[in-house]
Design a protein around this ligand. Structure first.
Ligand SMILES: Nc1ncnc2c1ncn2[C@@H]1O[C@H](COP(=O)(O)OP(=O)(O)OP(=O)(O)O)[C@@H](O)[C@H]1O
Length: 307
């Protein structure tokens, strides 16, 4: 379990993490989401003792990282900045780390195998592809057979096979009762991998809930309606709690009314419908909705509501 209490991290006058309190529980995969610059990497660095909090505390299984008797056995991490010496082979890199941490050599073969790197274990890391480097990073994180695993963007640079490998691996680690915290920019991937989501926006907690709840709540579901009389339809459906959007001519997206109600009202008004489709929010949409006001960099133009 990772307990983050009132964590604030400032770099000069920039607040990367702002009074964050959240608990990452064991036995499930927690997806760590947030727009660029939200503070995910900073939080993860503090968890593994690479950065010191400006204020607040982070405990891993009840202890601060600095007080853990065998840190590599307690917490394994893949962080963006970590890299192996390019002139060393993957096996040598892992052996050196194992020796330094007092871990048995058998762990090296175990994690090479786990990461699918056995065949390339004696190649120099400098010639590794981005994906192989990521796999080596994950192997390194798991070297100490840690109870807590922190992976910052592990699918970055991985091909579909690698993405599936990370999904299966993180789910298995959680099923073994470990604490698994995984950050990603791929919302669709998190929707199928994570049981629980922690979402940050500008260093602050935006959501801490089961993935299913986040999907259900944020953005909610909408109904896609096509009609040759879309303009009249908008007038007909407008009202309190109803949000209408028309991304293209003849198409209306309706939030706040069920499909049956829309169909009934249209029928009563004699307006023909060519499509009436309930759409559940994707995690991508849920995420955009949650972090709409919290993004550091925005590229979205304001959407026009059909007049
Ligand atoms: N060493 C540092 N010195 C100064 N500012 C930093 C440092 N590390 C992070 N920051 C700033 O802190 C904020 C949070 O950064 P962080 O990398 O934690 O976000 P993130 O959510 O991991 O983003 P991304 O998804 O882009 O990796 C950003 O505004 C970043 O510029």
């Amino acid at each position: 379990m990772i307990e983050i209490r009132g964590l604030t991290k400032r770099y000069g006058d920039r607040t990367a993490v702002d009074d964050l309190t959240v608990t990452i529980r064991s036995g499930r995969v927690t997806g760590f989401l947030g727009p660029n610059g939200a503070g995910k990497s900073t939080t993860m660095r503090v968890v593994v003792g690479l950065d010191r909090p400006t204020a607040g505390t982070v405990l891993v299984d009840g202890r601060r990282y600095a007080d853990l008797p065998a840190p590599l056995r307690a917490v394994g991490a893949l962080l963006e900045a970590r890299s192996a010496h390019p002139g060393r082979t993957a096996r040598d890199h892992l052996r050196l780390l194992a020796a330094t941490a007092g871990l048995p050599r058998s762990r090296v073969d175990a994690v090479l195998d786990l990461a699918g790197l056995t065949a390339v274990a004696d190649r120099r890391v400098g010639v590794f592809s981005l994906g192989m480097g990521q796999r080596l990073g994950v192997a390194t994180a798991l070297l100490g057979d840690p109870a807590t695993v922190v992976l910052d963007e592990p699918v970055n640079g991985l091909d579909p096979d690698g993405v599936l490998w990370i999904r299966t691996l993180t789910r298995r680690l959680a099923a073994e009762g470990r604490t698994v915290l995984v950050s990603s920019h791929l919302m669709s991937e998190m929707a199928v991998t994570a049981d629980h989501l922690v979402v940050l926006g500008r260093g602050r907690l935006v959501a801490d809930a089961p993935t299913d709840d986040v999907l259900r709540q944020a953005g909610g579901s909408s109904v896609r309606v096509r009609s040759p009389r879309a303009v009249e339809l908008v007038d007909l459906l407008a009202g309190e709690g109803v949000v209408l959007d028309s991304p293209e001519r003849g198409l209306v997206e309706v939030r706040g009314l069920p499909a049956a109600e829309i169909g009934d009202r249209a029928a009563r008004a004699g307006i023909a419908l060519h499509e009436l489709t309930p759409v559940s929010a994707s995690l991508e949409e849920a995420f955009m909705d949650l972090t709409r006001d919290e993004r550091e960099y925005r590229t979205d133009a304001p959407q026009e509501v059909l007049a």
